[in-house]
Design a protein around this ligand. Sequence first.
Ligand code: PLP
Length: 390
Amino acid sequence: NFKFANRVLDIGTEKAFQVLAKCRELEREGKDIIHLQIGEPDFNTPKNIIDKGKWALDHGYTHYTQNVGLIELREAIVDYTKNYKNINTNINEIAVVPGGKPIMFYTIMALVEKGDEVIYPNPGYPIYESLIRFAGGTPVPMPLIEENDFRVDIDDLRTKINKNTKMIILNSPANPTGGILTKEDIEKTAEIIKDKEIYVLSDEIYDRLVYNKTVPFSIASIPYMKDKTIILNGFSKTYAMTGWRIGYGIMHENLIEKIDRMIANVTSNTSAVAQVAAIEALRGPQDEVDKMREEFKIRRDLIVDGLNSIDGISCKKPEGAFYVFPNIEKLGLKSEELSDYLLKEANVAVLDGASFGEYGEGHLRLSYATSQENIKKAIDRIDKAVKRIN
Ligand code: PLP
């Protein structure tokens, strides 16, 4: 009977953690579960990065760093952002934090308060909605539906903007759909908010996981949007570094000042070892990233073809991230019923589309960050289990 502060009473979480806990129970009973609920690469961090982390430990990187991160790392981020995205930034516009996630937390806390509306992708990463509420703001869903290739409906977006709109969250390539916003989608979005005091949190954590050889367009590359945009990026997905806990945000210096103080109140800084390893990730050879991407692409094709071969399931081929978001409406079950059924009856763990927001209903999210062998086995099990639904 703790007397909790109101603000934590209904803080959200990620369903993936709850499903993982259920899986662990079943595994303790001896069940062999295939994990397609995961949101992290199954690959190990590339060896050059691991070696650099070990080097860092032996060379004195065992102390505090600047709150917003080592200058050398911020310089590497400046160069990466210029070279890959053609966006000019400088080290005073960068904050390095333990993962991409804290950038959501810090920037939403710094900008959103009671009375503010935040337009967020739905289906989308569940933490956005949770944090908007946590900050006291009002979440306004931006539906990203299949008929529209999981892209922004510009006319709908226009109707959602009013004098209370404080922020729009974009995520491309997207979790959970794998969808990518086109340059035109983003330009039109920018046009709508051009003269308004509306900020954009642009979650670009999957920017290197694209399979059509394009570089996803960032809203920050539109000159008049640069100062109003916060780019969220990191190392977790691209370099298989989820456990190192390192990511960063790029934003206006005035906002960095506040984030710097918030960091001083929470973590002081990100682990120095992870920061040195991250410099190697950006400056070192990129062939492991290319190899992982090639493997993800093969798995994506495998899982999409597999799902489409199952009666009652249809799956579009996404161009980014490592998720597919098949339509399961024809099976006549709610997405949560189906995901529970598949876990119990097929020993395959997936996430229900509804756990990414109400517009995700009618879908499942499957991650293909697992071996081709597991994908084949999972498809076979799902097919058999689905045939048993009357
Ligand atoms: N943004 C999106 C869209 C994600 O899917 C994730 C991780 O699942 C994150 C951010 C968080 O990444 P990190 O592990 O670097 O905090």
